[in-house]
Design a protein. Sequence first.
Lengths: 176, 652
Amino acid sequence: MARYLIPLAVFLALAFFFVVGLGKDPSRIPSPLLSKPLPTFTLGTVSDPNSRIESRVMTGKPALLNVWGSWCVSCAVEHEFLMSLAREDDLPIYGLNWKDELDDARQWLAQRGDPYVMSLYDYEGRAAIDLGVYAAPETFLLDANGTIVHKHIGPLDMTIWTQDFLPRLRQLGVSE
Amino acid sequence: MYPELGQVALVIALALSLIQGVVPLIGAHRNDQPMMSIARPAAVAQFGFVGIAFAILAAAFINNDFSLQYVASNSNSQLPTLFRFAAVWGAHEGSMLLWTLILSAWTLAVVLRSGSLPLDIASRVIAVLGLLSVGTLTFILFTSNPFLRLQPSAADGADLNPLLQDPALVIHPPMLYVGYVGLSVAFAFAIAAMLSGNLDRQWARWTRPWTTAAWVFLTLGISLGSWWAYYELGWGGWWFWDPVENASFMPWLAATALFHSLAVTETRGLFKSWTLLLAIMAFSLSLLGTFLVRSGIIVSVHAFASDPTRGFFILAFLLLVIGIALALYAWRAPGLDSTAGFQPTSRETFLLLNNVLLVIAATLILVGTLYPLFIDALGLGKVSVGAPVFELVFITPMLPLVFLMGFGMHATWRTGNLDAVWRDYRWFLAGAVVLGIGLVWFVYGRPSILTMTGGVAATWIMLVSLREPLRALAGRVAMTRSAAGMHVAHFGVGVFTLGVTVVSAFGLEEDRAIRPGQALSVAGYEFTLNDLGTGQGANYQFLRGDVTVREDGHIIAELAPEKRRYLVQESMMTEAGIDARLSRDLFVAMGDPLGDEAWSVRVQYKPLVRLIWLGTIIMALGGLLAISDRRYRVRQKQEKPSKTDTLAKASH
């Protein structure tokens, strides 16, 4: 009675996709852009939306690119940590302000402090799509050539920093 | 109260559910009476301990016990008490606990109402439900324990997601879960039937009210969610084809197919293996919904909590439950089907068509929901499937369904009397064409072909659903509550269809920047933004627009749309101002400040949008009416005196 086996077969096929899909969980596997150069894009900044800054500006020395938005609750969580990074480390932090209102973004920086060298303003989310941004906050670690060395999804904190970022930074020759 | 006691209660409940799940199954296999009899007391005790755990967690929320990590992450001392209670299921851990509580509550209901069932069937059903409890309790204890302590404890909590701070959201998840989980009873009956190898019409009669009951809750739960999204998300839409919405809608479609198929199995003893498959499918889709929402495998605005380890656990559970059920089906179903025939124009045919169309709709929605996952798994990139696709794949099977429904519900069993039905109802169809197109055209203006079809379908099903109940009320025919329920529910389908048709065709929406003192008109209504004021709510600050609505110069409503800033999470929420009437909603939502006192404002005119929710409520009432049919109660009543007899004898 083969036809009674059809539901099971269909379900097993479906289950195969679930297993693969779960393995592909975006917060678990590295971004497809890993070890690839930063995509090129040109954007204004939060302080001057009419300026045209090319993504190349982030190259030259290792840097962080942090995707944030004033609407993003987890960004508020990690903000204090970014501030301490900006105070203590020599590593430049670039912001990518994502799908945000300009006033909100400015107010956020004015109230909470601005850890960024500059915040590129990506209202439409085009650059974010190129970067494969999934949810804010996300943080990319770039080497001096602008190659993406590591990507972290979710708020940064000390544990993640020491575990995932510091070893890579040492490899890149950035000392504490 | 020590929260650790909650954890202890859960461990005890797990042990009890193991006993409830394993011993009676062995007993039923060996025909061992004492072993089978363990099912009922074990299930009752299991419910008790899950209830204790839930009560302890609820108490921790109400007493602001921020030493619990889960409480600290999802509540806040400023949160009003009602929402502190609702925060219990505001995130993953508590939702799962609620899921388990509801599962054991359904089990308890089965225990209480299964007095008339043969012991082997009852104990198998309760055992299967027990095994499901084993799964969810293990899941909670190992991956989602809400009783974990926070060291050191937090001074205050991080607050409940402001989106969820809404009265409708207090009842929406429990309602939906009661529906989701209720389908486990039909599932357990299906497994029990396959284990015993015995599926007769009596089985369908036992299973049917449980399925309908779960369906009623599911209907109301989905409807509440839609209503919430309508006024809270600030977009004025009532359905978004979001994966999480689809996850609740697919089991609904399957459950709808199931109780129609059960009608055939009960009345005619046909469609047995199909009914079994639908029972498995309906519950599997509920589990799948939980998996999709909780694993983070699919992106959704509703997926509030997601974690891959949990995803793997749920997936394993899913594979085990559905895999075993379908394997059992492949093994046992072939022997069950009977070969009695029916005429192509009989009610059986219409119900078969109903099933096929509903399953097609559910399958297409499933494919649409999972399509991004397939593409991603095959390494073809990331895509999303939008609302237009879903609308198309949903409407295509649904419109024929609504037309066929009107004939099918009056067709006779077995022989078919399509000639007679056609003679009786052709004037209804003609009336529906005239009314459906004419009224819509007269009231709202020129309709498109699709709108005309929708209008005719809605009018048709409302008209034909009224005839028999009216004749019964006039005393000319007798009608069982079950049949009355069917007519009422189908009438609700018509009301719903009319609402959807008119609001999608003639709803208007305008986004505009206006300053205080300025006005804009939509659909002949003039909206004046008089003033903007600020104020303080329980745990939020708000900016409130004072909007006057005029029609032909007369003031017809004062609306107060709000923009709320929830203080703890610093997030903004939109609270729309709505003037609701049966004929139309006027909807004003504040957008964003544009500087210089100007605000973007969204104004909408939504004709007949209320009928959408009214229709679902009527459907649910129909379901309730059907469950109250005498034939589901008669046996219980007969059973009770005999029970008291035996008790009386025992005490003598």
